[in-house]
Design a protein around this ligand. Structure first.
Ligand code: ADQ
Length: 470
């Protein structure tokens, strides 16, 4: 029987008691793993004194997880180093923030080899293998070196950078070559896919076959865009859950009739939170009528705190939030509530439902699930307005949002003003089109398309005509 083996940096199988801690992605992968009797393999999040390669197998909720501990040096070089100090900024077009170090390179290669070495014995000949994200690009090549012949796919959750930027990375060709060990490479959008194709055909002499496959480095692989979605039907119910309703009532009460503008992001420089605060300041500056009538809530739990660039953006945001509040606050009105913590999904859904506007303005984002979650949580009879950056992958699907250029202060200010005053009929019209897309192209649609493409490849014994994926 065909099983599915998922390999990702972290493993997050939700337990029956604590479903709300898991995102839609882990729910979808868990559902797929249950259906295919598979295994989810990755780092436990724990550090051991030395790497032993010992696998901890657990069965949670009908799904088998297999995790390994890494060692301190792995964490520094592979995770903080190459993944978060080099690839994350580079793939988000922030070459100025990449801190390349040869030791990071070595750590990245070492951990990818360790992943492959440890998971290899768990994989049986009929299994299909699905590797996730920028942490594990070379994992497939390492598995092939260890004799694996199975159908194997890779999905990139973040953008693929233009070739002019990618070329700044030392040894970039090796990184790209390792992707040709997979049979199928998936991107979030056509734009990132085209950037990859451009690199292959313009930089390294590869060729695009008439059916869309790519030939390079002596191999032909399938490539396609698979925009990730959310568990839309489930998310639509969440504002009505006990926790969702409680959060809704609590925030509504605190607003005292004021319009709520919401932002929800991991605290990351790619999310454009600083530009958002500045746009809000400019709106309050130019529209004194809004004083006391609007509140912005920015929820941003800190992430990757060991990385310099993250400490810096945190300081900048602390200072900007203090500046905005110092400038406009009154004894009965705090215009900006800046909250450095996360909330369970049900509570977030209640908060989204209470919001008039979602301000989702990443400078660059693979997809952005918050935009889709906001839409799913709206009241169809009185929906809020989504302002969405043109540089989020989600903009390719959610064209009926107010699409903005986050690098243009005027654009941001105009969109915020327009969103705050948009008539009900227009809000409903936009919502209806957006919710259709969010529901049709949900996370189940995403993973079924990817897995069935991989199944097709397995059946044909290699990458065959995947361009036809629809
Ligand atoms: P992220 O960069 O983490 O993901 P995003 O897609 O917006 O970005 O969010 C992922 C999840 O985290 C969402 O389900 C969201 O609700 C949750 N989340 C974010 N902030 C939260 C908060 N303050 N409290 C609680 N939950 C919060 C990466 C890529 C994205 C891509 C996803 C999935 O960077 O571009 O959309 O993977 O492929």
């Amino acid at each position: 029987m065909t099983r599915l083996i998922v390999i990702s940096n972290r493993v997050n199988v939700p337990t029956a008691e604590d479903k709300s801690a898991a995102g839609g992605l882990s729910m979808a992968l868990t559902a797929a793993l249950r259906e295919y009797q598979g295994i989810w393999f990755g780092w436990s999040g724990q550090l051991a004194e030395t790497f032993t390669g010992q696998i901890a197998m657990r069965r949670i909720n009908g799904v088998t997880s297999a995790t390994i501990d890494l060692e301190e040096q792995d964490y520094e070089e592979y995770y903080n180093g190459y993944a978060n100090n080099v690839l994350w900024p580079l793939f988000h077009f922030r070459v100025d923030l990449t801190e390349y170090d040869r030791a990071f390179d070595a750590g990245y290669a070492r951990v990818n080899a360790r992943f492959a070495e440890t998971v290899r014995p768990l994989i049986e000949p009929d299994d299909i293998v699905w590797v996730h994200d920028y942490h594990l690009i070379p994992c497939g090549e390492e598995l092939r070196k260890r004799g694996l012949q199975n159908a194997m796919g890779f999905f990139l959750h973040v953008p693929w950078p233009p070739r002019q930027l990618l070329s700044t990375l030392p040894k970039h060709t090796e990184l790209v070559r390792s992707l040709f060990s997979y049979d199928l490479v998936g991107f979030q959008t056509e734009e990132w896919l085209e950037a990859f194709v451009d690199f292959i055909t313009q930089e390294v002499g590869g060729k695009r076959e008439p059916d869309g496959r790519l030939t390079c480095f002596g191999r032909t692989i399938c490539v396609a865009a698979f925009p990730i979605g959310i568990d839309a039907d489930e998310f639509m119910q969440m504002p009505n859950s006990r926790e969702g309703r409680a959060a809704y009532v609590r925030i509504k009460k605190s607003l005292v009739e004021r319009a709520l503008v919401i932002g929800v992001d991991r605290l990351d420089y790619s999310k454009g939170i600083d530009a958002r605060f500045q746009a809000y300041e400019a709106v309050l500056d130019t529209d004194p009528d809004l004083a006391g009538r609007v509140v912005m809530v920015q929820i941003a739990p800190p992430s990757r705190e060991d990385v310099n660039a993250y400490q810096l953006i945190r300081e900048q945001l602390d200072s900007l939030a203090g500046h905005v509040n110092g400038k406009f606050s009154d004894f009965d009105w705090t215009p900006l509530r800046y909250v450095n913590r996360g909330y369970p999904r049900e509570e977030l859904a209640g908060i989204y439902r209470a919001s008039r506007v979602a301000f989702v303005t990443p400078l660059r984002d693979g997809m952005n699930l918050v935009a889709k979650e906001f839409i799913a949580a709206q009241d169809p009879e009185d929906p809020g307005v989504l302002i969405l950056s043109q540089f989020a992958g989600a903009a390719a699907q959610l064209g009926d949002a107010l699409i903005v250029n986050p690098f243009s202060p005027d654009d941001m200010v105009d969109a915020l003003r327009r969103a705050l005053t948009m008539p009900l009929a227009e809000r409903k019209r936009r919502y209806e089109s957006l919710i259709r897309c969010v529901r049709e192209q949900d996370v189940i649609w995403w993973r079924e398309r990817f897995v069935s493409a991989l199944q097709g490849i397995r059946k044909h014994g290699g990458a065959k005509g995947l361009r036809a994926v629809s």
